[in-house]
Write a protein that binds this ligand. Structure first.
Ligand code: SF4
Ligand code: SF4
Ligand code: SF4
Ligand code: FES
Length: 948
């Protein structure tokens, strides 16, 4: 039987400059001070039996199986809790130890059902393995005495079960929940023999559990067991790959039975996650084989026609002939493409190449436009590189952590666990967010400051923080003198000290008491290491780029860039937002963020691609929509993106899609955008292809094909076919060749190859001659642009104002169990936690409007109106309301407006003035949406009938 023998050294690794040499079973071994005898033994090639210890957790010393003898010491100390000492002589195998261990095992087994052969963990159970290791052949006590063999199984969690009859109360699960995940959902109830593991008062589903799977991973028996393993049996092989959900980029072992995934196990060697996971990557992969997957290409003339299933050749040739017809009729610039932050780097690169080389224009954009484009702009302008400065591990060296406009426990859960670990160790937390997000107060975590600002006033707050730093003499003058452009700095300083930037002057606008801003500024500026982590609450504003610049200014002013523990760190939403930007998805930039107007850059690509490239930037997504409505933009190729649900002002977007004569959508499901399409190319999930994703810390990791593409072609193969049909030949045998081309043409990727990633596990770009193994921390000796550049950040209030007609501000965000437009997570058991978007409102605002918990409320803005169910919560401040946007019927983006960031057009999702009232029926938009959805479902099912 396949068995994943991942070495478990028993206790975590220690880092120390002091080394200790000792002898274990006659073998000399040298380890860092602070290492346990058990781990040292592992290093010496000696395996000490163990049950309660695992190298993911601090040792606990409860099972007494790992006893050893130490020369000169009395008794039999537990090797997992005993630390190495110089000259120690340890014996792990003696007749006495063998006897003691057998006795311990006998006690465990006497309270354990002897059903190994039918147990789902059979062959992968540490208890079973240890019984063999200690040579236990029989149990003398019988099973008649007191035991737990009749306890009831908890099956409430959709993904795993808890079977107390198998529990040995080693508390690995409890400790995993505390130490690894930081949720503290589990306890050991009672004492001694009566001890039981408890998840909340009733069961796992009703508890605080966030279903991360850390306890399941830690459990040495089948007590906590994945339902997928119970249903399908143990895997027969595995492959290491990367999660396709968020920008943390967790590494997983996809465990397979034939071509079917039976379990995703977080990879201990994964440098972004170190063996941890969240509910999405760990459990919510069932969408990949969901019956809704479209497996055959389809075409239709009009969006009111039924779909016709066709061969790949016919679909590709039809799409190509349509694009050619449109360009001939309406001009070269009448068509364009949208790349996806969910697809691989290689696929994204190909789509932008197709647009530039085969369409012959620069009308390419990406969904990163609507999330992190201001990050690219702001960080490039100040630091010289459009990416975060640190690796995730850097947070473990931070003394003060400032989280701005991000909700890491929901959006970036595995990184949040790492952050919480650092906070439990004593680092201080500042949260800047309109809403009381979970991390403000969690078990053993309490923010020192929560600056509860009004949405839209970020820049006022960052300026006020910087004002305090400058006027109170908290600047790092030496750092600035050495590392920054002093002329620009002086201009900025003169600006920021102006009284209108003071916390007192800003208080009325931001809603944040000046004293709190002053306190937070002092805390941040006086820390040895202070790090900023931010999300879409920073970027999705009319001043998104200004705010990113303001963050970089503050970090430079306090010397907090260029070493571990500090930095400016955008938390990227989707798995490959960083990568899609790196790969040249923006209309003004070729791969590596190089402007299309630069003749030298263009010449390089023209030589490699054998075409002439346009020198002017093409259309951004909102420009494409406007041009479609104007009638000058007619054809669009959308890969893995759902603009009809994700982009703001839905009615404007759908009007634009209706204006297209040829919309080609490549996706795994018939998403909202595809309902307006003329050609549907079935996409491939991350399990069906090779490639790479780049996470929020610039880490390029491999995505590996574990099953064949359900529709026959991987996404990159379909793009190649389309390009060939358009008359621009592309030929690649494998995505590694695409990466080789990317590396050749992109300076920050010169040293990247599949071979090197396979060898190193992952690589953080820049990776080139100067940094052949990548760059965990950027701007170490100097900024990428040379001298760091301070830029003036005048606060300009958004035009989206509250009025008597629209008195509340709506802001939006994500929830842990769902992912973006929900196309994937809605097709998994994650709906048990979030089956509809809820509209969060402060009880005071609700009471004024006669709204009660669960009431249907109409939400009306200048852009449109929708209806959702209300949730009354004091998380919200009065005057501010909130919703998630994972379900299309909610129409969250029917309400958001087309206001956008001045520099990048990133939509201002986070500020919409609305009025709210109790209603009895869906909005007009929702009624139209339902009718259109029914029509499209019918047209899809008619396709199926035709096929039958
Ligand atoms: S559930 Fe598993 S990990 Fe938790 S105490 Fe029981 S055996 Fe140990
Ligand atoms: S799944 Fe995660 S959150 Fe839930 S009990 Fe286990 S470790 Fe804790
Ligand atoms: S944190 Fe993000 S990358 Fe990691 S498992 Fe969860 S969704 Fe996947
Ligand atoms: S493994 Fe050391 S006491 Fe359990």
């Amino acid at each position: 039987m396949y068995s994943v023998k991942i070495l478990d050294a028993g206790t975590p690794a220690r880092v120390s400059e002091q080394l200790v040499t000792l002898e274990i079973d006659g073998v000399e071994v040298t380890v860092p001070a602070g290492t346990s005898v058990m781990r040292a033994a592992t290093d010496a090639g000696v395996r000490v039996p163990k049950l309660c210890a695992t190298d993911m957790l601090e040792s606990f010393g409860s099972c007494r199986l790992c006893l050893v003898e130490i020369e000169g010491r009395k008794g039999y100390p537990a090797s997992c809790t005993t630390l190495v000492e110089p000259g120690m002589k340890v014996r792990t195998q003696t007749p006495k130890l063998a006897n003691l261990r057998r006795g311990v095992m006998e006690l465990y087994i006497s309270d354990h059902p002897l059903d190994c052969l039918t147990c789902p963990a059979n062959g992968n159970c540490e208890l079973q393995e240890m019984a063999g290791v200690v040579g236990l052949r029989e149990v003398r006590y019988g099973y008649e005495g007191a035991n737990h063999l009749k306890s009831e199984k908890d099956t409430s969690n959709p993904y795993f079960t808890f079977d107390p009859t198998k529990c040995i109360v080693c508390s690995r699960c409890v400790r995993a929940c505390e130490e690894v995940q930081g949720t503290f959902a589990l306890t050991v109830d009672s004492r001694g023999f009566a001890s039981v593991i408890a998840a909340g008062p009733t069961n796992f589903l009703a508890s605080e559990c966030v279903s991360c799977g850390a306890c399941v991973q830690a459990c040495p028996t089948s007590t906590l067991m994945e339902k997928s393993i119970i249903d399908n049996g143990q895997p027969d092989h595995s492959e290491v790959t990367t999660c396709a959900y968020c920008g943390v980029g967790c590494s997983f072992r996809a465990e397979m039975k034939g071509t079917e995934v039976v379990r995703m196990v977080p990879n201990k060697d994964g440098k972004a996650n170190h063996g941890h996971s969240c509910v999405k990557g760990r459990f919510a992969w069932g969408y990949a084989t969901h019956p809704d997957r479209i497996r055959v290409p389809m075409i239709r003339k009009k969006i009111t026609d039924p779909w016709r299933e066709v061969s790949w050749d016919e679909a590709i040739n039809y799409a190509a002939s349509e694009f050619k017809r449109l360009q001939k009729t309406y001009g070269r610039d009448s068509v364009g493409g949208i790349t996806s932050s969910r697809c691989t780097n290689e696929e994204t690169y190909l789509v932008q190449k197709l647009v530039r080389a085969a369409f012959g224009n620069n009308n390419v954009d990406t969904c990163a436009r609507v999330c992190h484009s201001p990050t690219g702009y702001g960080l490039k302008a100040t630091l010289g590189e459009s990416a975060g400065t640190q690796d995730f591990d850097s947070v473990l060296k931070a003394d003060v952590i400032m989280v701005i406009g991000a909700n890491p426990t929901d959006g970036h859960p595995v990184f949040a666990s790492q952050m919480k670990r650092r906070l439990r160790e004593g680092a201080k937390l500042i949260v800047v967010d309109p809403r009381r997000i979970d991390i403000v107060r969690q078990p053993h975590v309490q923010a020192a400051y929560h600056l509860k600002l009004l949405p839209g006033t970020n820049v006022a707050v960052i300026n006020a923080l910087a004002h305090v730093v400058v006027t109170e003499g908290l600047l790092k003058e030496d750092y600035i003198r050495e590392r920054c452009d002093l002329k620009e700095y002086e201009k900025w300083k003169a600006f920021i000290v102006q009284p209108h930037n003071s916390p007192e002057a800003m208080e009325a606008m931001t809603g944040v008491p000046a004293a709190e801003v002053r306190g937070a500024a002092r805390l941040y500026a006086s820390a040895p290491n202070a790090a900023i982590y931010y999300g879409l609450g920073v970027t999705e504003h009319s001043q998104g780029s200004t705010m990113v610049i303001g963050i970089a200014n503050l970090a430079m002013a306090t010397g907090n860039i260029g070493r571990e523990g500090v930095g400016v760190n955008p938390l990227r939403g989707q798995n490959n937002v960083q990568g899609s930007c790196d790969m040249g998805s923006f209309p003004h930039e070729l791969p590596g963020y190089r402007h299309v107007s630069d003749p030298a850059v263009r010449a390089q690509f023209e030589t490699a691609w054998g075409v002439q490239l346009q020198a002017e930037p093409g259309l951004r997504i909102p420009n494409m929509f406007d041009a479609s409505i104007d009638g000058s933009f007619k054809g669009l190729y959308v890969q893995g993106e759902d603009v009809a649900q994700s982009d703001p002002d839905t009615q404007h977007v759908t009007a634009a899609l209706e204006g297209l004569e040829c919309l080609v959508v490549q996706d795994i499901f018939l998403n909202e955008t595809a309902k307006f399409a003329h050609v549907f190319l079935p996409g491939s999930s991350f399990l069906e292809k090779d490639g790479t994703f780049t996470n929020a810390e610039r880490r390029v990791s491999r995505v590996r094909k574990v099953m064949p593409p359900l529709a026959g072609l991987a996404d990159w193969e379909a793009t190649v076919a389309l390009s060939n049909a358009l008359g621009y030949p592309m030929h690649y045998d494998h995505p590694s060749q695409i990466m080789d081309e990317i590396a050749q043409l992109t300076p920050t990727f010169h040293g990247v190859s599949f071979e090197k990633i396979d060898r190193l596990g992952s690589i953080q770009w820049p990776c080139n001659v100067k940094a052949p193994e990548g760059t965990p921390v950027m701007h170490v000796d100097e900024f990428v642009r040379g001298k760091g550049r301070f830029v003036i950040t005048e606060y300009v209030p958004t035009e989206e104002r509250t009025t008597r007609e629209y008195p509340l501000i709506l802001t939006t965000g994500r929830i842990l169990s769902q992912y973006n437009v929900g196309a994937q997570t809605r097709r998994t058991a994650n709906v048990v936690w979030h089956d509809e978007d809820r509209f969060e409102i402060h009880p005071h605002d609700a009471e004024q409007r006669g709204i009660k918990e669960g009431d249907w409320v109409g939400i009306k803005s200048r852009a449109g109106e929708t209806v959702m169910r209300a949730m009354l919560t004091e998380r919200m401040q009065p005057g501010v309301v909130y919703t998630t946007f994972h379900h299309p019927f909610s129409g969250a983006n029917v309400v958001t407006t087309d206001n956008s960031d001045w520099a990048t057009n990133c939509p201002e999702y986070k500020v919409t003035a609305v009025q709210v009232s109790r209603v009895a029926q869906p909005s007009e938009w929702q009624r139209k949406f339902t009718a259109f959805t029914h029509l499209q479902d019918k047209l899809l099912s008619e396709r199926e009938r035709e096929k039958a």
